[in-house]
Write a protein that binds this ligand. Structure first.
Ligand SMILES: Nc1nc2c(ncn2[C@@H]2O[C@H](COP(=O)(O)OP(=O)(O)OP(=O)(O)O)[C@@H](O)[C@H]2O)c(=O)[nH]1
Length: 478
């Protein structure tokens, strides 16, 4: 046979083999896929009359408050109509007792003036005649161009303060408003849940599939320990009971993830008065995680529930923080105790608690400066703030505010903070901006401290109680 005939024959044969392979591959992948559209079984149903659950975060209750351990809980007082209180500006008090001061070891506050990238006009190059030196003479030295000073524009990062109406009329009751936050979480998180469901629903679950499941958990910031624990637990359950439908896969995943979130933990905020004194809540964390915003949002929830609040602006390091808190206080109707920038934060915290006791309020919320967990001076200062408060009242709740978008870095922060101030609850902010909700599991496991609140936006009411079941439902979507 001619050579060209041989070549054509070989090409035809190859084409037939490739087409056959593709057809077999498609058929296999179709068999292995599980439809996620089947009616889910074991998924919670919406209460009668309520809109259908669409897979977002739906906290069934409002933020719950309680009093500190072993204490007599006071009845909520009947309050006269609120007026907007004048802020209490303390005289500057700095202590020189050898303790670290404000700004020791600090990083630059995020709203400080910074240099920006600027366009500098360069002088036009002047074409000079190449100098040819006479033998034995020195070359002429070119003149150094003189640059005129340039006016440097300066950039200032303004803190976000939600646009609220003065007075109390704009405060939404805690009940019901959480419904609005559902879609925020579902937008970013369901990709994680869906990919886990897809993997778990495959007809054959081999070693590679389990490795993929563990990788997906790791990528959602669960951390190595919890990721492999959850994967092992799922594997054991699948081996024991099997999975025959998408609904089975969803129900199993839901159970295992909810259990990993320790639903039995007490997530109430210890912000109710006891023993005739206000409760004291200390809000701590690294720079920019959302401490001031969370303090303001929490004050709104308390005031909406008929409670009285004093806010202590113990963030004396970032210039705008006290103004930011004061704005929250004025609009919510809470007294704000503040001092000048650079004052001793422990002194401000002390005075805020004193004022709270004098006024007989229900809760004193103290906002502290953002501090890097790696800076020992600042961490010592935080310990001092707590010790100074404890000279006149017990600190009932230490809320560590973590930015969910920083992922595993939050874990290191959490460990260091809890060593210094005995963290009692975690607020995970900016969950609306990340697809990595696994950090909730990781941080609870590492500290043994519950995530109590989640921040789902910059709005004044975008703070929700953390509920494991509702959170997992939001992760798994429809
Ligand atoms: N998207 C989103 N943004 C948030 C959330 N919580 C806070 N923020 C924003 O995060 C930014 C920082 O918040 P702040 O409350 O000023 O942070 P801070 O921890 O007090 O900051 P420092 O005092 O510098 O440590 C602000 O722009 C807030 O509006 C949240 O849950 N979601």
């Amino acid at each position: 046979m001619e050579t060209w005939l041989w070549i054509i024959l070989i090409i035809v044969l190859l084409a037939v083999i490739v087409a056959g392979g593709v057809a077999i591959g498609l058929a296999r992948s179709k068999r292995n896929r599980i439809s996620l559209r089947q009616t889910p079984v074991g998924k919670p149903t919406a209460p009668e009359g309520a809109p259908p659950i669409k897979g977002g975060y739906q906290a069934g209750s409002s933020i719950s408050f309680s009093a500190g351990p072993g204490t007599a809980l006071a009845e909520p007082p009947v309050l006269p109509p609120r007026s907007v209180p004048e802020p209490l500006l303390l005289p500057e008090r700095t202590e020189v007792d050898g303790q670290p001061g404000v700004g020791d070891d600090a990083s630059v506050p995020r709203d400080s003036i910074r240099d920006d990238v600027i366009d500098v006009e360069l002088p036009e190059p002047v074409a000079a005649e190449p100098a040819i030196a006479e033998p034995g003479t020195a070359l002429p030295v070119p003149a150094i161009p003189v640059f005129a000073p340039v006016d440097r524009p300066q950039v200032r990062e303004e803190p976000v303060i939600p646009d609220l109406q003065p007075g109390e009329e704009n405060i939404e009751p805690a009940e019901g408003r959480l419904e609005k936050l559902r879609s925020r979480l579902s937008r970013s998180q369901t990709a994680f849940g869906k990919s886990l469901l897809g993997l778990l629903g495959a007809a054959t679950l081999d070693d590679d599939s389990w490795a993929d499941i563990e990788d997906t958990l790791l990528m959602a910031d669960l951390g190595a320990g919890p990721a492999s624990e959850i994967a092992d637990r799922l594997r054991a359950e699948v081996a024991a009971h099997g999975i025959s439908s998408a609904a089975d896969a969803r129900a199993l995943l839901r159970t295992v993830l909810v259990q990993a979130l320790s639903p039995e933990m007490d997530r109430s905020i210890k912000a109710l008065p006891h023993d005739g004194r206000p409760s004291v809540v200390l809000v701590v964390g690294v720079n920019g995680t959302g401490k001031t915003t969370t303090t303001g949002k929490l004050a709104r929830v308390l005031v909406a529930g008929g409670r009285t609040v004093v806010l202590g602006a113990a963030d004396t390091f970032r210039a705008a923080a006290a103004d930011q808190l004061q704005t929250w206080g004025e609009r919510v109707g809470a007294t704000v105790v503040r001092s000048s920038a650079g004052a001793d934060p422990a002194a401000v915290a002390f005075d805020a608690v004193k004022r709270g006791i004098e006024e007989g309020v229900d809760a004193v919320l103290i906002d502290t400066a953002g501090r890097l967990h790696t800076k020992t001076g600042l961490m010592d200062e935080l310990g001092k703030v707590k010790r100074v408060i404890e000279k006149q009242a017990q600190v009932d709740e230490v809320l560590l505010v973590l930015d969910a978008t920083t992922g595993q870095n939050g874990m290191v922060q959490a460990k260091v903070f809890s060593e210094v101030v005995n963290v009692t609850g975690i607020v995970l902010t900016k969950l609306d901006g990340t697809a990595k909700g696994g950090i909730v599991i990781a941080v609870q496991r590492a500290l043994g401290v519950p995530v109590k609140l989640v921040g789902l936006g910059e709005g004044p009411d975008d703070l929700a109680p953390f509920e494991p079941g509702a959170f997992v439902d939001a992760l798994l979507g429809d």
